[in-house]
Structures are given as C-alpha cells and as structure tokens.
Design a protein around this ligand. Structure first.
Ligand SMILES: Cc1cc2nc3c(=O)[nH]c(=O)nc-3n(C[C@H](O)[C@H](O)[C@H](O)COP(=O)(O)O)c2cc1C
Ligand SMILES: CCCCC(=O)C(=O)O
Length: 412
C-alpha cells in the first residue's frame, strides 16, 4: 500500500494517471466497444487537437501565498460540487461494465460530482436518479423529429428531479466514424436503450452501422435512402419505428426558432435549458438571445465535424460573447487536473469529462469511475495550490501564458 494521508483513499499503484487508466481500459474492452468509445470522426484530428490544445498554454505560478486552506468546490444547481468538474453524458455505458450508468451515478454521488445522463443510456432515467440520491443530474436530450419521444423523456427527467436539459446541437447529421461502420457497430444483447424500451420494444441491438438493413426494419428501409444515420445528400424521411441512435439521433430540422422556445416551455420552471455543442461567438449570442440558461462549448469529443477548432481554442470567443449573461462550460480532451485549471483560466465556469470516465468504468466499474474522478480532482487541487490559488474564482487568465511552437510566450 502506498503512503497516504489519514482519511484519504490509498493510491492504486497500478493506475496513477488518466493515461494509465486508458491503457488498462483498452485491455478490458472488446474491439467494438474500444473503437466506438475512443474513435473520432474522419481522420481524428479534432479528437487529438482537443487534447493537444492544452499544451499551448503554460501556468504562471504565484508563490508565498499561504495556500494551506484550498477550497476547490463550486456551487452548481443549488448543490456543492467538490470540484468544477462533471461527468459528460456518454451513450451506452453498459458496454464498458454491466453496471453502466448506475455505477457512474454511485461514483458521482461518492465524489460529490454532477453527472450527465445520455438519451441513449443503457439505464433508466429513474434508476440513475435514485442512485445519485439528490446530487445534481442533468439529462442530455436528442430532440427527435418525432417530438413525442423527446417530450416523454423530458417529463420523466422532470419528475425524477433532473436539474437541467442539455440539448445536444452538434448532431443535425451523424459524424463519419469509420471504425464504427467497419465494425458494424451494434449494442449487444441483453443491453437496451433503456429509456425507449416501452415505446418501441427498443431494438438498439438491431442497429447496424454498415448501411445494411436490420431485419426488423427491412420494410422501412425500402422507403428510405438505404443508409443508416449517414447522409447521402438526398432529402431523408423523418425516422419512424423503434428508436435507435443511428436512425433517430441526427435531426437535420433542428433550429433556434422552432425548437428552443418549445423546449423551454416543456422544461420550465423546474429544469433549465442548456445547449451543448456551441463552438462560435455567433451561436453564443444566439443562445443568449433565445434565452437558454447556459452553454457547453463542445465538439462532441471530436466525433462530429472533424476539422473544427479544439474546444479550448474555441472557448475564449464564446466566453467573450456570453460574458456576464449566461455560464459557459467546456468539454473535450480534458485528461489532467491542470487542463481543468487552464480551461477555467480561459473563462470556463465548469468542465465536463467524457472518455476518461468510460475508461474508469471499463477498468473497475464504480471503483474505476471513483478512481478517475479522484485522480482529476487531486491533480486539480494540487495545481490550484502550486499555482498559488485557494478559491476557484481566483483562477483567471493572469495564471496562464500562451507558448508558440518556437517557445515564445505571450501574456493573455
Ligand atoms: C462513447 C461516447 C458517447 C457519447 N455519447 C454522447 C451522447 O449520447 N450525447 C451527447 O450529447 N454527447 C455524447 N458524447 C460526447 C460527450 O458528451 C462529450 O462531449 C465528449 O465525450 C467530451 O470529450 P472527451 O471524451 O474528450 O472528454 C459521447 C462521447 C463518447 C466518447
Ligand atoms: C449521435 C449518436 C448517439 C451517441 C453519441 O452521441 C455518440 O456516439 O457520440
């Protein structure tokens, strides 16, 4: 057992970093799951840049400041979050571990960290809520062309006490993920898209990502353009039949004018409405104009449009546009506590972490997610102290410098 401070959990000597966690997870996931979780769209350059963007900044530590009392917590949706970090909504967590989203919820409760639940979760809205036991939960919504499906999800989330709906806005079409296609990705039995089971007999395990036709949909297929999820330029019909993520998640009709007002009506007054997938100042202005409660700067972990800015690079413009009006969160590429510090210094109020949590789940279920959250939290607190900050609001751009490829630095 490693040296430890009284009351703290012992280190896992096999896994001291998120990079090590990723390696452990790789060995435990089958190829289909590993590729689905880890892949980015097209060449994967945006996926990589989300991470490498953090290397463009260095921290300017201040010293002799008595940092003996560090408070890394923030208040979010009326609760105390131990660090300004949340678990991003990611689909189908039972692929990583049979306990799936329930294990994640229990780990979030234990860590005092907010959780996002995906529309395409393999656990129900209600089960996840009862396992996180009052700690903030948000529900990630894919607003389907068949709104009735989404309306039911919203009502259930409201009843179960979710604090906000995060409307994902970067999926009017599905990004091109080639390994997913090549592997003919499908959710294996016995798992189900748990929140559609009663609507449709949820046939997620029939979802095949190769353009071929799942048996149950062959009649349907004749009417459509022959691809599943990907767009061939022809006007497609609104999907009908069982909900599966390849058929239903992309919604090319999404628009500010039609959808945000409707969503606010459905959610109010119990739940806030946020938009997840903002990458420009223009859209941040529109989000404010349409009365959303907050923004998540995100490119879906590099899984949608490849060739966009890394989220950290997109962040300052969005922060500038939303400043003082609505909160700005960011996700993508966060793999260390110092990344959290840098995102906050560039103006984010809070960050969300996707893949590392899935790796934790694959490594050791709930215990693995707790480990993931503990590593990031400990690194963040260490960074706060070593940089000379004791409160989250102390973290400003004064603590960062940008460094270019030749090593020249510039103050922000
Ligand atoms: C396997 C996987 C599934 C995801 N599923 C969803 C989803 O259902 N809804 C959504 O809005 N975002 C989804 N995301 C995107 C995450 O919410 C988040 O934006 C992204 O993972 C952040 O990047 P990171 O993985 O580098 O931390 C998914 C990401 C991954 C890796
Ligand atoms: C748009 C597909 C739904 C799941 C998801 O968001 C992802 O795999 O990234």
């Amino acid at each position: 057992m490693a040296a430890q401070v009284k009351g703290e959990k012992p280190h896992d000597l096999n896994c001291l970093t998120i990079a090590e966690l990723e390696k452990h997870a790789e060995l435990r996931m089958n190829k289909q799951t590993r590729d689905y979780y880890n892949e980015g769209a097209d060449s994967g350059s945006t996926l990589r840049e989300n991470t490498t963007a953090y290397g463009k900044y260095r921290i300017r530590p201040r010293v002799l400041r008595d940092i003996s009392l560090i408070d890394s917590s923030v208040s979010i949706w009326g609760a105390c979050n131990s660090v300004p970090i949340g678990v991003a909504p990611t689909a189908m967590q039972c692929l990583a571990h049979p306990d799936g989203e329930i294990a994640t919820a229990k780990a979030c409760k234990e860590a005092g960290i907010a959780m996002g639940l995906s529309s395409f979760a393999t656990s129900t809205i209600e089960d996840v809520a009862s396992n996180i036991d009052g700690h903030p939960l948000i529900f990630q919504l894919y607003l389907f062309e068949e709104r009735e499906h989404s309306r039911k999800l919203i009502q259930r989330a409201k009843k179960a006490g979710y604090k906000a709906i995060f409307l994902t806005v970067d999926t009017p079409m599905l990004g091109r993920r080639n390994m997913e296609i090549r592997n003919q990705f499908k959710l294996p039995k016995p798992y189900k898209l748990a929140n559609f089971a009663e609507d449709s007999g949820s046939s997620a395990s029939e979802t095949v990502m190769d353009g071929s036709t799942p048996k149950s949909e062959q009649g349907e297929e004749k009417k459509s353009n022959g691809t599943k999820g990907y767009h061939d330029g022809k006007r497609r019909q609104a999907p009908t039949g069982p909900v599966s993520f390849h058929t239903h998640a992309p919604n090319p009709t999404l628009s500010w004018e039609r959808d945000i007002g409707w969503l606010k009506e459905q959610c109010s007054p119990e739940m806030e409405v946020w938009v997840k997938g903002i990458a420009t100042a223009e859209d941040a202005h529109l989000a404010v104009h349409h009365g959303v409660d907050g923004i998540v700067v995100s490119n879906h972990g590099g899984r949608q449009l490849n060739g966009t800015l890394a989220t950290l690079d997109a962040l300052p413009d969005v922060v500038e546009a939303a400043r003082g009006k609505i909160p700005v969160h960011v996700d993508g590429g966060i793999r260390h506590g110092t990344d959290v510090f840098k995102a906050l210094a560039l103006g984010a109020d809070f960050v969300w972490v996707g893949r590392p949590v899935l790796w934790g789940l694959a490594y050791k279920g709930q215990e693995g997610v707790e480990l993931c959250l503990r590593l990031l939290s400990d690194e963040f607190r260490l960074c706060m102290g070593l940089a000379g900050t004791v409160k989250v609001e102390d973290i400003t751009k004064e603590y960062l410098v940008k460094i270019d490829k030749s090593g020249f630095t510039s103050r922000l």
